[in-house]
Design a protein around this ligand. Structure first.
Ligand SMILES: *Cc1c(COP(=O)(O)O)cnc(C)c1O
Ligand SMILES: [Zn+2]
Length: 417
């Protein structure tokens, strides 16, 4: 018996279920829109047909990477993706006592040092395929640097709105890649103007309450597939992600659910959204089992990548559906986790260390059993956040020119004689 040809992927509204063909959907669902209140769209596939074709068996033999899983990606087969060899990042077992086996999924190994590259490989590929010539985004740093890299690879014009609080190093990187940079406190209205009036492609969700970027999510979900195969075809018990808008918890959650649709029978992981105590609207919503994320009146944290004042509904649904949780960790706990990780050879930014800091707190509270796999997503590299590295690293540099001072300094820490 030959399996039937799978139907083409479609966009579906997370709220009303309305479906439409893949297209220039950047503004959430129009079918159930109430003014500015829009629901996110996501890409859905003909899972039963892909299952019957033995997709899971084929994936088993592949090296993990974003495009290994192309059957469940929106780009038409036969179209070359815009790729810089993103994904396929290592899953590293931390050298820490249990209970629970703690793992880091190290997304700092991506081309621009953040998981955003997975999203942009798919999202910029789709922008190009849909006929866009210009792409734009709003960022504190990582998102824009990543978009700049993929836009240049695709040959598209790129304009990035940058939060003035973000590091200058990242703005330089964007320009080194060839993007234009506008440093504006009010980025949203100008971005919306470019997109709605001038036809630019936004790799950032638009409407006032954030909606997910449907094609970017498709790139992020490869993290979930990779973790499953890297654990030897096991689901982790827990999956912790540092979350701002929500795409980074929604993408992997979508992957775990899709693996189930393809035939995996294991229990799905409990998803955990991690935020800073100084900006924790998702945690507040989760505690009250609220359907929406409130707007934080005054975000204050060193973890700018997860310091957004609000998030989309898709930041919450994975927590409710998986019986997961939301956790807040202090800036100090992030810096401590950053130092601990560095001592194991992994340097990430404070936002990324947040997932590990939260795992340590949950472990302390007795939430893990001995045999559970706990995957902490480390979303981005430390090297692009120089101020955070300064904060995390105490300095013991010697500057004294006197030769005896040098020898005394060595003797002070060289106890082996
Ligand atoms: C963007 C980003 C996040 C948050 O991702 P969202 O999809 O906005 O929730 C977390 N960590 C790092 C390092 C990021 O760059
Ligand atoms: Zn809808």
């Amino acid at each position: 018996m030959t399996a039937r040809q799978p139907a083409a992927p479609r966009l579906r509204c997370l709220r009303c279920g309305a479906e439409s063909p893949l297209g220039r959907a950047v503004d959430g669902c129009l079918a159930c829109a109430k003014g500015d209140d829009r629901a996110s769209l996501e890409v859905v596939y003909d899972y039963d047909a892909w299952r019957a074709k033995g997709t899971l068996e084929r994936w088993r033999s592949l090296r993990p990477s974003v495009w290994s899983y192309h059957e469940l990606l929106p780009l038409a087969s036969g179209t070359a993706p815009v790729s810089l060899e993103e994904g396929g990042t290592p899953l590293i077992r931390l050298d820490l006592p249990g209970p629970g086996r703690l793992w880091v999924k190290d997304e700092s190994r991506n081309p621009t040092g953040a998981f955003k590259d997975r999203g942009h490989s798919v999202s910029v590929s789709m922008a190009k395929a849909l006929g866009y010539r210009k792409v734009t985004a709003s960022t504190t740093g990582n998102h824009g640097t990543s978009l700049a890299a993929y836009a240049t690879k695709a040959g598209l014009d790129c304009l990035i709105f940058v939060d003035p609080r973000g590091p200058e190093l990242q703005r330089r990187l964007m320009q080194l890649y060839g993007a234009r940079v506008a440093v504006l406190p009010d980025r949203r209205s100008q971005l919306a103007w470019l997109v709605r009036e001038r036809g630019w492609y936004p790799s950032t969700g638009l409407t006032p309450m954030p909606v997910c970027t449907p094609y970017g999510i498709e790139g992020y979900k490869s993290i979930g597939y990779e973790v499953y195969f890297q654990l030897g075809e096991r689901m982790p018990a827990w999956f912790l992600a540092p979350v701002a808008v929500g795409d980074i918890v929604y993408g992997p959650w979508k992957a775990f659910k899709e693996l189930e649709r393809l035939g995996v029978e294991a229990a799905l992981p409990k998803m955990v959204s991690v935020q800073p105590t100084g900006c924790d609207p998702i945690v507040q919503a989760w505690r009250e089992r609220a359907p929406k994320v409130p707007v934080h009146p005054d975000p204050r944290t060193i973890a700018l990548s997860i310091g957004d004042e609000t998030a989309g509904v898709h930041a919450l649904t994975p927590l409710y559906e998986s019986n997961g949780r939301a956790e807040a960790v202090s800036d100090e706990a992030m810096l401590a986790a950053m130092r601990m990780l560095a001592r194991q050879g992994i340097v990430v930014e404070p936002s990324s260390a947040a997932s590990v800091a939260a795992a340590l707190v949950m472990q302390e509270r007795g939430l893990f059993t001995a045999e559970e796999d706990v995957v902490c997503l480390c979303t981005g590299a430390g090297a692009k956040w120089p101020e955070a590295v300064h904060m995390a690293a105490p300095t013991h540099e010697l500057r004294d020119q006197d030769p005896e001072a040098f020898r005394g300094w060595v003797r002070a820490f060289d106890h082996s004689g």
